[in-house]
Design a protein around this ligand. Structure first.
Ligand SMILES: [Ca+2]
Length: 324
């Protein structure tokens, strides 16, 4: 009966339902006895339609009433991809990003794809907060952990990005031409590549400055910056520089691209889709939706509907918020 009551309460009160009632509803949705079933729909309804701070309040109230930790209860009640999304939503954006970086380097081997996305797509300000939270959560230094798991130029680039302290939005007009020429001379113009120069320019300038540099770059090089990267470097270093440049040019388009790549096949690469939707839902998901529609002539909502199923589909669609 708990499911019946809670779902109908939600339907009756819709979004105006008092936040004070929500912990009770979640409590009813998470079974306390083996015989009770989990009411996933109610959990999805409540937690996806509120902000992170509201979710924290709900968890606080839940704990006051039930004397139980809501996250532990959710872990016990849910599983698989739905669990990954819901637990992700219970973290702040910086906590989530820090955990994803930790997850990409822990254990044997490294998940370079995730590491590159996390380090190369986040702004300098975001990385400062991620590093602080990483230390708080794992009692370790993010830069040391990344250094221990990577090598060569790839490591140098990630570390330069992690410690960068970009002058936000400053465009140094005197340096635009100089930087464009230096990028060309360090890459396409010479034999081999002077990667150190590329790293310095791309990690020490502001985004608006670099946008102008890449534009000017075309007056020196027969290839644009992305083509030059593909010609000059390979592997993880190539992917990292490409991610950086794509994000400098249009970050939301980069995420839209990643999402469409992850949903090319019949079934989605759930880890990638989950990571982008959860980490961007309170940052720029609306803009990502717009870019996605432009790229694919199909909305993100429809694409998710076609490439996922079950409760996982429901939670993603609810976070997506609407069709375009
Ligand atoms: Ca070269």
């Amino acid at each position: 009966i708990s499911s019946f009551i809670s779902v109908n309460l939600i339907k009756t009160f819709s979004c105006d339902i008092s936040n004070l009632l929500l912990p009770t509803i979640i409590y009813l949705s998470v079974p306390t006895l083996d015989t009770q079933s989990v009411d996933e729909l109610t959990i999805i309804d409540i937690l996806t339609r509120r902000s992170y701070s509201q979710r924290r309040e709900i968890a606080f109230e839940y704990e006051k009433r039930s004397k139980k930790d809501m996250i532990t209860a959710l872990k016990g009640a849910l599983s698989g991809s739905l669990e990954a999304v819901i637990l992700g939503l219970m973290k702040s954006t910086a906590q989530y990003d820090a955990s994803e970086i930790k997850g990409s380097i822990k254990g044997l081997g490294t998940d370079e794809e995730t590491l590159i996305e996390m380090v190369c797509s986040r702004s300098a300000d975001e990385l400062v907060e991620i590093k602080r939270v990483y230390k708080e959560l794992f009692k370790k230094d993010l830069e040391k952990d990344v250094a221990g798991d990577t090598s060569g130029d790839f490591r140098s680039l990630l570390l330069a990005l992690a410690k960068r302290d970009e002058p936000s939005n400053i465009v140094d007009y005197e340096k635009i031409d100089q930087d464009a020429r230096a990028l060309y001379e360090a890459g396409v113009k010479r034999k081999g590549t002077d990667v150190a120069t590329w790293i310095t320019i791309m990690s020490e300038r502001s985004v608006p400055h670099l946008q102008k540099v890449f534009d000017r770059y075309k007056s020196y090089s027969p290839y644009d910056m992305q083509e030059s990267i593909r010609k000059e470097v390979k592997g993880d270093l190539e992917k990292s520089f490409l991610t950086l440049v794509e994000c400098f040019e249009n970050k939301q388009q980069y995420f839209a691209n990643r999402l469409s790549e992850a949903m090319k096949g019949k079934s989605a690469k759930e880890k990638v889709v989950t990571r982008i939707v959860v980490s961007r839902c309170e940052v720029d998901l609306m803009k990502i939706r717009t870019e996605f529609k432009k790229l694919n002539q199909k909305s993100l909502y429809q694409t998710i509907a076609e490439h996922t199923k079950g409760d996982y589909q429901k939670v993603l669609l609810s976070l997506c918020g609407g069709d375009d």
